[in-house]
Ligand binder design. Structure first.
Ligand code: GLA
Length: 377
């Protein structure tokens, strides 16, 4: 890595920082409704090799990019100033300054094994790797949570994606061996032990390779729909609506908003149920909760697609205890909770079904709960 960095930037780096992608176990499209989420960090990370520059220049290079260096003055950063993948790291630097942390330039070399467009938060990992590097390079007084919120601010206001806080919080705050139970209203968090291997289970992640892109407006439209529903119900956010008041709320809403609200309310309840099951070490009972979450995303929220629906159905048929899409939807990845000995058969069944349907070959791997962003070199 050092040599690659030197080839591109002509000087030695100071260190290497890692920030992981994530899968969310349950709690999808709840974070911008002040609700609950339950992600784990993946072993796949964005590595940022970096050195500080004191001339105000920000130079960005990606091993997965087109071989060009983005070179921009930190003082010139403003929304719209940087396009493509480089907008995400630039967003992190811009958001630091906007949040009152006076930072200057750096040389940053990125190398990532988080599949991009796979719904596994490659963008948040990119942002969080920058926050981790900058925190050390500029000796900033920032904890993991504050770093995540600054990264989210960059994505919202610089890149222009109105995402919630889950992905950045997962990339920064997850810990090894645990799922992050996060209340996105007050950011209270609890690390819930998540050791599937001890139970003879695995979490299979299957990337459908249907590119998922949050920037295309559909995500923003869903968020706007939820906010409109909350306003019509006189609530600060849909989080405040409990399941017992759902029927009455649905009566008061225009027909097109009802299913969105039903998803958010039932999904929040599923997160609480999942956490209770993990606390009780009843891992197998988690399966049907995941599958119910997928049905809700497919039928009520409308963010699944034929590929994710097929992968989920085939995984369950082939012996998964439960399965669902993970992340924002419109493609991306699914997760399947499987008994260890069913891991390969489930992956093979989904592959065969995709081949029969004429879809691209999916890519599978098993996930364990890994640590959040950190210095690694
Ligand atoms: C994307 C967003 C997150 C969250 C999920 C859906 O990953 O970045 O904030 O809203 O979609 O749960």
């Amino acid at each position: 890595m050092t040599t690659e960095f030197e080839k591109v930037f002509g000087a030695a780096p100071t260190g290497v920082w890692a920030a992981p992608g994530r899968v969310n176990l349950i709690g999808e499209h709840t974070d911008y409704n002040d609700g609950f989420v339950l992600p784990i960090a993946l072993r796949q990370v964005v590595l940022a090799t970096a050195r500080r520059r004191d001339d105000g220049r920000l130079r960005l290079y990606s091993a997965q990019g087109d071989g060009r260096v983005t070179d921009v003055l930190v003082a010139d950063l403003k929304p719209g100033a940087v396009a493509g993948w480089a907008a995400y790291p630039a967003a992190g630097v811009w958001a630091l300054n906007e949040s009152g942390h006076q930072v200057g330039g750096a040389d940053l070399y990125f190398d990532s094994d988080v599949p991009s467009g796979g719904g596994l938060s490659s963008s948040a990992a990119l942002e969080c790797s920058v926050l981790a590097a900058y925190r050390d390079l500029y000796e900033l007084d920032l904890d993991q949570r504050q770093s995540a919120l600054i990264a989210q601010r960059g994505e919202n206001d610089f890149v222009g994606v109105p995402c919630g806080s889950m992905d950045q919080m997962a990339s920064a705050c997850c810990t090894e061996g645990a799922a992050l139970f996060l209340d996105t209203r007050d950011l209270a968090q609890r690390q819930v032990p998540f050791d599937l291997a001890a139970r003879g289970l695995r979490l299979l992640v299957i990337d459908t390779r249907v590119k998922h892109d949050l920037g295309d407006g559909a995500y923003a439209a869903l968020r706007a729909g939820c906010e409109r529903a909350a306003a019509l119900l006189d609530l600060p956010a849909l989080r405040e609506l409990t399941a017992d008041r759902l029927p009455e709320a649905l009566d008061r809403l225009p027909a097109e908003l009802g299913p969105l609200v039903r998803h958010v309310v039932t999904e929040n309840a599923r997160v609480l149920q999942a956490v209770a099951l993990l606390d009780a070490e009843d891992f197998a009972a988690l399966g049907p909760v995941l599958t119910a979450g997928h049905a809700s995303l497919r039928d009520d929220y409308g963010v699944s697609c034929p590929e994710t629906d097929l992968a989920v159905a085939v995984a369950v048929e082939a012996g998964a205890l439960g399965a669902r899409m993970t992340g924002g939807g419109f493609g991306g990845s699914i997760i399947a909770l499987v008994p260890e000995e069913r891991t390969s058969p489930v992956a093979a069944a989904v592959e065969a079904a995709f081949a029969a349907a004429g879809y691209l070959a999916p890519r599978s791997f098993t996930a364990t709960a890994c640590a959040g962003s950190r210095r690694v070199g």
